[in-house]
Design a protein around this ligand. Sequence first.
Ligand code: ADP
Ligand code: MG
Length: 456
Amino acid sequence: MIEKTWGQAQDELRKTVGKNAFASWIEPLTLVSLDAGTARFDVPTNFMRDWVSRNYSEQIRLHLAKVGAEVERVDFVVPKARAVPIAKVAPATRKAASRPQAAQRSEEGDLPGAALDSRFTFDSFVVGKPNELAHAAARRVAEGGPVTFNPLFLYGGVGLGKTHLMHAIAQEMQARDPELRVLYLSAEQFMYRFIQALRDKQIMDFKELFRSVDVLMVDDVQFIAGKESTQEEFFHTFNALIDQNKRIVISADRAPGEIKDLEERIKSRLQCGLVVDLHPTDYELRLGILQQKAETYLALHPGVKLAGGVLEFLSHRITTNVRVLEGALTRLFAFASLVGKEITLDLAQDCLADILRASDRKITIEEIQRKVSEHFNIRLSDMIGPKRTRTIARPRQVAMYLAKQLTTRSLPEIGRRFGGRDHTTIMHGVRVIEEMRGTDHQLAEDVDLLRRLLES
Ligand code: ADP
Ligand code: MG
């Protein structure tokens, strides 16, 4: 009876979570009892128990309920005698069942990596225009397969999801192939290990270890800029792995060429692979992330109600980084569940006054004009003046484009600030830059850099 119920629920789950996730996380579960509103599952490992209960318990509960089982709680238990359930599962599942153990290997001291956050998966990563390329590249790497670009270099401002994507890659690769030696760590940890090895006279072990991995992932590589011997060692490790065709994934807060005090040869090696950036979030992406978060929170705090318009308001007003955005939502839910109030616009404005004030910095057209003229080395007066030579007109159009993108001013208003130009001139300028961004790599980089400068 319970087998049939679970079988039906599984069919539904397979459709909603996808084939791979299903094979990795749902199929290895055994429903052992179903009474008093509690469904109890056996899971092969502790890691898997934590993962599944964090990511899938609500969906499992829902689907069991849909096929007629009244379930209020879902419990996952790792049986003491492990031999039994594993002997029961089909060969294809056996591999899946053993996967999560391997993901923990690095925490057990074999590889000196950093712990991976089980919440940072591809499933929980919301994809939008600003991050779709980075996401696609990360997926490609995580799939394994032939190495067509190496390294993958991900860069972007604080809180845009670099670490999230790196953890997602590491966890996915480890889940696909438990034998794979995936080493993820921050550049700071790399340096720390290196110094430790020097001090303990174990540099050969250090070298050997780092050269023995299949996948090396170093987060926030800008940290080693200016740290000479660490850079040197990093460079050698990097080259050795590239030569062996091993996967490397690097992240930084800016493009390789823009990292100060990083040796030229390292910069150029980093640029050899695929360099992709995470753009600042746009409204749709922020809203998407908040909606996903809110869903989880609503499930966790059944008593809390969320009024319409709140998430839209937050996405509109908190534009800095995703971490701040998530923090705001966490605070709202914590507060609302404490005082038992509905989360309304008023409550949000009250409760988040400090965050909202900090995010309130408005970019002015004057600021944009100033930064753009500095960047392209032209006079501010020419930006507004009548000259139409290319060296002046192009930066002017960049400034028009940024004014449209980064302020809420209308085209006629922007026109007035560009020496009383007509709104059609502004529209034309914006279009030109929009189109050129797709074809002119240098221009695209200039625009992104300026945008980041202005938004920081
Ligand atoms: P970075 O390493 O670029 O500074 P993180 O990866 O640490 O940023 O992201 C900061 C927070 O924002 C994390 O909690 C992360 O899960 C979340 N986040 C960022 N981008 C996304 C996204 N596209 N979808 C879901 N969560 C995101
Ligand atoms: Mg990070």
